[in-house]
Design a protein around this ligand. Structure first.
Ligand code: 1CP
Length: 354
């Protein structure tokens, strides 16, 4: 076990003092980087890249070579679990992810297997182990999963969706089918994330990208309840250190108190909430991650710096803030602008940590 050379990210999640605010970017490895496109071309397609531990490690490290980031995130995807359950993940050019065998009936749900993290999903654990070696203690490694609700949207819709009609029909017309699915997926997420932790992930994040399309009552019932179950089932300490868990619900700003009540360590914020309000509501209980609009990276450098300073001022003095974008970086953002963003966070945050 190597000592971490930079543990700001873990310290901020534990609300321990830091010298500057730590920063990383959702989707920091990806198509906005020319070196990513080159490695992906070498791998062939996206899933082959995920399944090749050396290349997955390479693309994980690429953004860290360019920018002074305070955390690395496993290069993989949230759809690995449904793929391992036999749904047949594939990518249609320009169309995003698709499943050959979507879930339509309760019988489909009943026969879903519980994937073995060191079996069908071993390629993910191998990537975690290889990345930990490659990082050599430079910064912590974040593992991740989709939330059961978000994974279920892809499993039932058969791919990306805008209106979520199939899964909402299931939720409201046949709720027992959906609850059985969510419960099975939650169990698989627990063993998947615990395996990532045992393989070397030093923190985990749950992406609930589509929780915000639900009504408040249905969010609690179909999304938050199952994230709560996951939080309760996770390994919370490893290698002599806390393993913090961050929950991110896109468009979940209305529900911060309920999210914090799950016992998670941090809540991820998108840009539709003011971080000062978020801190006033839950900042004594959890750390906050966020929350610059990713489209701000299209702006000239002074505008990016101004926005970073505004968000830093909103959070104010002290630890408990991990700076990030409010969602994934866009694929046509100039990489230099991401550099301006990361540097600005470190430069302008020192005064809040004296
Ligand atoms: O190279 C390519 O063209 C494939 C694009 C791509 C990439 C780079 C996909 C397909 N997944 C990923 C990697 C990925 N996905 C990471 C690791 C990269 C990093 O952060 O450095 C992570 C954390 C994810 C998580 C993910 N996948 C989410 C949750 C986060 C979010 O952005 O909301 C979701 C919803 C997915 C599904 C998915 N996989 C890929 C795409 C294009 C999508 C989104 C489809 C949709 O919008 O419905």
């Amino acid at each position: 076990m190597t000592e971490l050379k930079n543990d700001r990210y873990l310290r901020a999640l534990a609300k321990e003092p830091v010298d500057v605010t730590p920063v990383w970017m959702m989707r920091q490895a990806g198509r906005y980087l020319p070196e990513y496109k080159a490695t992906r071309a070498e791998a062939g397609d996206f899933m082959s890249l995920c399944k090749n531990a050396e290349l997955a490690c390479e693309v994980t490290l690429q953004p860290l070579r360019r920018f002074d980031l305070d955390a690395a995130i496993l290069f993989s995807d949230i759809l690995t679990i449904p793929d391992a359950m036999g749904l047949g993940l594939y990518f249609e050019a320009g169309e995003g992810p698709r499943f050959k065998n979507p879930i339509t009936r309760i019988e489909d749900v009943k026969q879903l297997p519980h994937p073995d993290p060191e079996g069908e999903l071993q390629y993910v654990m191998n990537a975690v182990r290889t990345i930990r070696k490659g990082l050599d203690g430079a910064v912590p490694l974040i593992g991740f999963s989709g939330s059961p609700w978000t994974l279920a949207t892809y499993m039932v819709e058969g791919g990306s969706s805008k209106a979520f009609t199939k899964i909402k029909k299931m939720a409201f017309a046949e709720p027992q089918t959906l609850h059985l699915l969510l419960d099975k997926v939650a169990d698989s997420v627990i063993s998947y994330l615990n395996a990532q932790i045992k393989a070397g992930a030093q923190s985990v994040m749950i992406f609930d990208t589509w929780g915000g399309v639900l009504s408040p009552r249905d969010y609690q019932l179909f999304s938050l309840q199952y994230m709560h179950k996951i939080v309760d089932g996770l390994i919370r300490e490893n290698e002599g250190r806390k393993v913090p868990v961050t929950l991110f619900t896109k468009n979940g700003g209305m529900w911060l108190e309920a999210i914090a009540d799950t016992g998670c360590d941090a809540v991820g914020l998108d840009w539709t909430i003011d971080i000062a309000d978020a801190k006033a509501r839950v900042g004594d209980r959890v750390a906050l991650q966020g929350n610059m609009d990713p489209s701000m990276l299209y702006a000239p450098a002074p505008r990016i710096e101004e926005e970073v300073q505004h968000i830093l001022a909103g959070f104010g003095e002290g630890s408990g803030h991990v700076f990030n974008l409010g969602h994934g970086i866009h694929l046509d953002v100039p990489p230099e602008n991401a550099g301006v963003f990361v540097e600005a966070v470190h430069k302008y945050s020192a005064k809040y940590h004296r």
